[in-house]
Design a protein around this ligand. Structure first.
Ligand SMILES: NC(=O)c1ccc[n+]([C@@H]2O[C@H](COP(=O)([O-])OP(=O)(O)OC[C@H]3O[C@@H](n4cnc5c(N)ncnc54)[C@H](OP(=O)(O)O)[C@@H]3O)[C@@H](O)[C@H]2O)c1
Length: 328
């Protein structure tokens, strides 16, 4: 099914408010991880620039990056030219506290000195005075969460970010973080096959007016429905290292996808659009972050903002997800 099955969002594009902030963002956000080229195959600057612009043209105004999106700030370098021309049209979030070392190993470092240094480098790379949201990327087991939270608060107090956020925390860590540094957003993983993190956080977030900005809504492309049951992964495709792309979990995910494929065909939308539309109806979910490395991918995912899901359809999908049987 082509992405033209659903028209692009008409103007004015849909917007949702983040927490109690003045940030109004598209319910589909653009995730900058794939364009960094660390784990995605066949990424080029030319395609990435076109993808970023396609996102903006398709009504997406929320762009999510991080200090570690790229071995050396590749995502920030790609964002910089667009920011020069469109900063006021964009809500920009970034994350600190994770980086790749010289052996290209991912390192988590939540120490205040590193968080401050990452924040300063991000602003330089992007050539902006401030971002809209700065997240702690994930808690560092060697640093008390309250200490990292204090450093994020200082980043906001210094005017380097308008608001604070936190990612990859459990409910207890979020509570500690929130006491030290009030956040407008939390960023957990969430998709049909992995719902636990949101279930754990959503009551606290509702009580404290914190929006959930969810990542892996498409489960790294699996839930876009184009990777068929007999798909042969390129040996350098790192997705095969995730349990959901292997063995019985893969087979069960394909069973679920077969149901989604037939519902999407009936509704004349794509599987990715159906999955995102379902996600945006889930209690507590405010934004679905979707990564893309090609313009046509993000045009398709932006089209999900126009897909209307009836309650009965959403309930059928709930049942299929339940039958899948818990987080992988
Ligand atoms: N806070 C955190 O710790 C954290 C962790 C992970 C992600 N994130 C954020 O969340 C964003 C989303 O996660 P993600 O980018 O890793 O994965 P994702 O959004 O679940 O999947 C993105 C991938 O799916 C495929 N895809 C996207 N649209 C498609 C379409 N319409 N048709 C077919 N395939 C499509 C593309 O891969 P192929 O073309 O290669 O198949 C694309 O690179 C990230 O970019 C990042 O901003 C945050």
């Amino acid at each position: 099914m082509s992405s033209s099955a659903n028209p692009l969002p008409s103007s004015p594009a849909p917007r949702v408010r983040l927490g109690n902030s003045d940030l109004a963002v598209s319910p589909v956000g653009f995730g900058c991880w794939p364009i960094a080229g660390v784990s995605s195959l066949h990424v080029s600057d030319q395609h990435s620039q076109a993808t970023l612009h396609a996102a903006l043209d398709a009504g997406i105004n929320f762009f999510d990056t991080a200090y570690s999106y790229g071995y050396d700030g590749e995502a920030d370098r790609l964002l910089r030219p667009m920011l020069r021309d469109h900063r006021t049209d964009m809500v920009l979030s970034s994350k600190v506290g994770q980086y790749f070392d010289e052996r290209r190993q991912r390192i988590v470092d939540g120490s205040p000195a590193t968080l401050q240094s990452h924040a300063q480098q991000i602003l330089q790379r992007l050539d902006v005075d401030e971002v809209d949201i700065m997240y702690l990327h994930c808690p560092d087991a060697r640093v008390p969460v309250a200490e990292s939270a204090g450093a994020i608060r200082e980043i906001v107090d210094r005017g380097w970010s308008r608001y604070a956020g936190v990612s990859n925390v459990n409910a207890e860590q979020l509570e500690i973080f929130q006491r030290e540094c009030p956040v407008v957003v939390a960023q957990p993983p969430f998709n049909m096959l992995q719902q636990q993190a949101v279930v754990e956080l959503r009551d606290f977030c509702a009580c404290h007016t914190i929006s959930l900005v969810c990542y892996w809504v498409l489960m790294k492309g699996l839930l876009a429905g184009r990777l068929m049951r007999d798909h042969r992964f390129d040996p350098s495709d790192k997705r095969v290292t995730y349990p959901i792309f292997q063995g019985e979990a893969w087979e069960r995910a394909q069973d679920l996808l077969d149901e989604l494929r037939s519902m999407a065909a009936f509704k004349q939308c794509t599987v990715a659009q159906l999955v995102i539309a379902w996600t945006l109806r889930q209690p507590g979910v405010t934004v679905a972050l979707c990564g893309a490395k090609r313009a046509e991918q993000i045009i398709e995912t932006a089209g999900a903002m126009n897909v209307k899901l009836e309650s009965a359809e959403a309930r059928r999908i709930d049942r299929w997800a339940e039958q899948f049987g818990g987080d992988v």
